[in-house]
Design a protein around this ligand. Structure first.
Ligand SMILES: *[C@@H]1O[C@H](CO)[C@@H](O)[C@H](O)[C@H]1NC(C)=O
Ligand SMILES: *[C@@H]1O[C@H](CO)[C@@H](O)[C@H](O)[C@H]1NC(C)=O
Ligand SMILES: *[C@@H]1O[C@H](CO)[C@@H](O)[C@H](O)[C@H]1NC(C)=O
Ligand SMILES: *[C@@H]1O[C@H](CO)[C@@H](O)[C@H](O)[C@H]1NC(C)=O
Ligand SMILES: *[C@@H]1O[C@H](CO)[C@@H](O)[C@H](O)[C@H]1NC(C)=O
Length: 294
């Protein structure tokens, strides 16, 4: 299986960009490059380009794909790359967001790691495995600073919504949910390569980071493994709003809610990364340390 995944990651795919994009949501939330350079930039950048092509291929393949990883673990100057869209984006918008993220990461030139987080998507690459990371130093909340609302009711509704999103999302297949309640719109998402417990841990940190934002009209929290956002704007389509109640009951029946393929895929990825990665534990640099939010 691992050999199959490896082979798969060596295939080169082509892609033609879509000329029409409605809203790829490329409002920048977080950007940074590692301070360490790779030993052979020519080889590394070729591996990185090919990994981006693999990510594009997965997202292009199916209109419901919003998550992909690519890796060249055995290559000289190895590359690991992870990409995630908010699932309410159209496929064209998701691909446009990926393209914008790639352009942004070219500024990292020869650095051995880089990440960019937009409202609409998240792209990260490293020279060592990181797909399992949930919360890391540098996680941060981003408040809009705009407060044009009837504060008390909005604050209470926003606080309740982000708390419920953080509780529900780890229990939901695909680790994404959007909900609207009392005029507050919110989404939460984890990367699909972590387990339920790690998703939950990451979102609890995100919750702590976003809790000071209300009554600001918008708040976000970003981390290596998760994303949390609320707004008074309807920033996702109404049909993406889910009733969270069934996912909020305490209980141990949450595991049966996972569809088999998702948990299987997650297991596979992690097992392969463990087998193929040489440096699973000791990552040479912290993820969000290098640049503050602009
Ligand atoms: C890394 O490479 C870039 C561009 O090639 C260079 O400007 C920078 O000084 C290098 N950084 C280190 C720490 O060597
Ligand atoms: C990687 O892709 C970028 C953009 O398409 C290109 O400018 C660059 O030359 C490529 N680098 C390598 C090493 O292939
Ligand atoms: C595209 O989807 C098909 C069917 O779901 C799958 O068999 C194939 O591996 C996918 N290819 C890529 C590049 O993801
Ligand atoms: C890349 O860096 C240059 C110079 O440091 C800067 O002028 C430019 O705006 C940056 N581009 C992106 C996409 O970050
Ligand atoms: C919402 O509607 C859009 C467009 O009609 C559709 O593509 C999407 O799958 C729907 N989402 C859900 C969660 O039903």
């Amino acid at each position: 299986m691992c050999r199959y995944l490896l082979l798969f990651s060596l295939l080169i795919f082509t892609w033609s960009p879509s000329p029409v994009t409605a809203n790829p949501e490329t409002n920048l939330l977080n950007f940074g490059c590692s301070q360490y350079n790779v030993s052979d930039p020519g080889v590394f950048l070729a591996n990185l380009n090919a990994s981006y092509a693999d990510l594009r291929a997965v997202i292009s393949n199916s209109s419901s794909s919003s998550f992909a990883t690519a890796q060249r673990p055995r290559a000289y100057n190895p590359v690991y790359a992870l990409f995630q869209c908010r699932p309410y984006l159209s496929q064209a918008d998701c691909l446009a967001c990926l393209a914008a993220a790639e352009v942004r990461l070219r500024n990292c030139s020869a650095a051995n790691g880089g990440r960019v987080i937009f409202d609409g998507c998240f792209l990260r690459y490293e020279s060592a495995p990181f797909f399992h990371q949930d919360t890391v130093p540098g996680n941060v909340g981003i408040c809009s600073g705009r407060t044009d609302l009837a504060a008390a009711a909005f604050t209470a509704a926003a606080e309740r919504l982000v708390r419920d999103l953080a509780t529900a999302t780890p229990r939901i297949p695909g680790f994404f949910v959007g909900a609207e309640r009392g005029g507050v719109y919110g989404v939460a998402q984890c990367v699909e390569t972590v387990y339920e417990r790690e998703c939950s841990r990451c979102l609890q940190v995100a919750l702590g980071n976003i809790q000071g934002c209300p009554p600001d009209s918008d708040g976000r929290a970003v981390d290596a493994g998760c994303f949390l956002r609320y707004s008074n704007d309807a920033f996702f389509p109404p049909n993406e709003s889910v009733n969270l109640a069934p996912f909020l009951d305490s209980g141990d029946q949450t595991l049966k809610d996972y569809s088999f393929p998702i948990i299987y895929r997650r297991f596979l990825l992690i097992a392969c990364a463990k087998r193929l990665g040489k440096d699973w534990k000791s990552h040479p640099h912290a993820f969000f340390h290098l640049d503050a939010f602009p």
